[in-house]
Design a protein around this ligand. Sequence first.
Ligand SMILES: NC(=O)C1=CN([C@@H]2O[C@H](COP(=O)(O)OP(=O)(O)OC[C@H]3O[C@@H](n4cnc5c(N)ncnc54)[C@H](OP(=O)(O)O)[C@@H]3O)[C@@H](O)[C@H]2O)C=CC1
Ligand SMILES: O=C1O[C@H](COP(=O)(O)O)[C@@H](O)[C@H](O)[C@H]1O
Length: 374
Amino acid sequence: MTLGRVFGLLDKEISGYEFSKNTIEGSSRRLFYLALPPSVYPSVCKMIKNNCMNKSDLGGWTRIVVEKPFGKDLGSAEQLSAQIGELFDEPQIYRIDHYLGKELVQNLLVLRFANRFFLPLWNRDNIANVQIVFREDFGTEGRGGYFDEYGIIRDIIQNHLLQVFCLVAMEKPVSLKPEHIRDEKVKVLQSVVPIKDEEVVLGQYKGYRDDPTVPDNSNTPTFATVVLRVHNERWEGVPFILKAGKALNSRKAEIRIQFKDVPGDIFRCQKQGRNEFVIRLQPLEAMYMKLTVKQPGLEMSTVQSELDLSYGQRYQGVTIPEAYERLILDTIDDGDVKPLTYQPGSRGPAEADQLLERAGYVQTHGYIWIPPTL
Ligand SMILES: NC(=O)C1=CN([C@@H]2O[C@H](COP(=O)(O)OP(=O)(O)OC[C@H]3O[C@@H](n4cnc5c(N)ncnc54)[C@H](OP(=O)(O)O)[C@@H]3O)[C@@H](O)[C@H]2O)C=CC1
Ligand SMILES: O=C1O[C@H](COP(=O)(O)O)[C@@H](O)[C@H](O)[C@H]1O
């Protein structure tokens, strides 16, 4: 059966459904979500255009949704845009990044711009470094064919983590209109200076190449830590560390804002750790502020504790929508860089933690969180 015929049948199926709902022809809304590899976007879009469009214009519409990765580099992204752009008008095309649909990502602008106490702190005077981390405790399992073409940078960092970075680092938008938010994101991205080779650690977990869909000599990274430097008034000198890896020892996505040491520390408590504001996107949405308090008791000693907003506890009974429910770098050199090998189930290459240390992140030792009971 030809592709044209297949899409003809799809159209018939959709029309049948619309008819069963007593929809007047042309008044229905057709949304095509392309959960497909980007390489077939153009041919599938052509088939939709030729066979499956909403037939007349009585308030209905036809739209398509495409997911990242949108091409592999500037050239292929522009080519893809041009190919799809020939078939659909821009307002009909939705390019989505499902991380933007996550509850705590949606919360970022509110947190930053609706809370007075963050306003004076959110800058180079107070913040030592920012980490934006994505960790998965499983490998490419069954997706090696897709993944190997893209790697962790194009799969996670260039889109999901960069979107989060923009929301953390951008200036306040004029309003919440998408174009105003986009303008601020573009501005902060333009302020990112080219990444230095020595501020990148790439890794590949042992066993990745055993996947039959992965070439035996693949150099595709499954782990990357990258330091972004933002050359502007707010962020000069503050490293933004973007970290992503598969087959690691834990699964989480979080933003960790580490504050500078208190000057003139009369309590000599710096060894207990810096103040950190952590926004955990998943699992178990939470935000907590690690801070130093007096150890309860007779002694005047200090201990690290937290102000904790755990969503599961605070918003009991509230269903947090899945990211997909709500929505739907080229600064990195593409040269032949050999990733470092790391053990599956580990923290990734040790060099990544060393890079963090060089970038100024100070790991807290001895902090033990006592989870509250619900
Ligand atoms: N409301 C809640 O649910 C709360 C939960 N907690 C829990 O308490 C625990 C401790 O919290 P917290 O101190 O914030 O987080 P962690 O101790 O997990 O991590 C703190 C930082 O240290 C890094 N790190 C961890 N292990 C190493 C290592 N071996 N070498 C170098 N760097 C390392 C982490 O990197 P990386 O990001 O790569 O792992 C991260 O940047 C966590 O499990 C946290 O989830 C704490 C407070 C509130
Ligand atoms: O886009 C992708 O995201 C998933 C992780 O999504 P999450 O919502 O579960 O955090 C990742 O596994 C996949 O490789 C990537 O393509």
